[in-house]
Design a protein around this ligand. Sequence first.
Ligand SMILES: [Zn+2]
Ligand SMILES: [Zn+2]
Length: 130
Amino acid sequence: MLRNAADCSQCGTAPEMRREDDRGLFMPACPKCKHHASPYPSESGAIALWNRANAPQRPCLGCGGKPRLRNSRLRGLWAFQCRGCGHSTTGSHTVMGAVTAWHRHNTPGNGHYWMLWQQRHQELQAQHQG
Ligand SMILES: [Zn+2]
Ligand SMILES: [Zn+2]
């Protein structure tokens, strides 16, 4: 159990700290679902990153579903994806970038963001079919 660390946003389990001693990196990770934030060179910094990545996120603008954080190992990109309709933002190289992108992308009550959301949704559906 880590002091000052939020529970995993994906499954509600308290995270554990993983250490990479050879590179001097710290990374909180969920022991249950393996969800984790980016590694960081200090313990307190790593916990701060984890907390920001696991703070409650805005619901999906389209279906109101909750997003989950995904990491593409292939390209090293992070993105939030809606558990309801599968909508996702474009990938970012950092967890914080993904948090910001999802937050902005799902801003309620704004015609501009709603239009962008729909555009992205069509893009995703085209990718799915192709
Ligand atoms: Zn978890
Ligand atoms: Zn959705």
